[in-house]
Design a protein. Sequence first.
Length: 95
Amino acid sequence: MKNNTRSPVTMEHLLTHTTGFDPPVGDSISDDLSVEVKLEDHVKSWMPTVTRTPGEVYKYDNMAYGFEYSYQDSYSGQYVIGKGGAAPRGFHSWM
């Protein structure tokens, strides 16, 4: 993750929408439901730059939750969704 500040982004920042992430450019959502993209790959390809000091400003950021889910899946082995018969996860455009 590119970070233009000297402050790390913590799990608390991810969960409270105070990451300091620069807004993403473009649309990361595909309407082609035949293409499966792993959450971890999606998060890596759309990871924003930290441009504001984490913890200082609230800004709703759906990407922060995607990053948190990906972290939990990858490092803890405790799947938020997608394992044990849970519905598969994905990204859908509703418009």
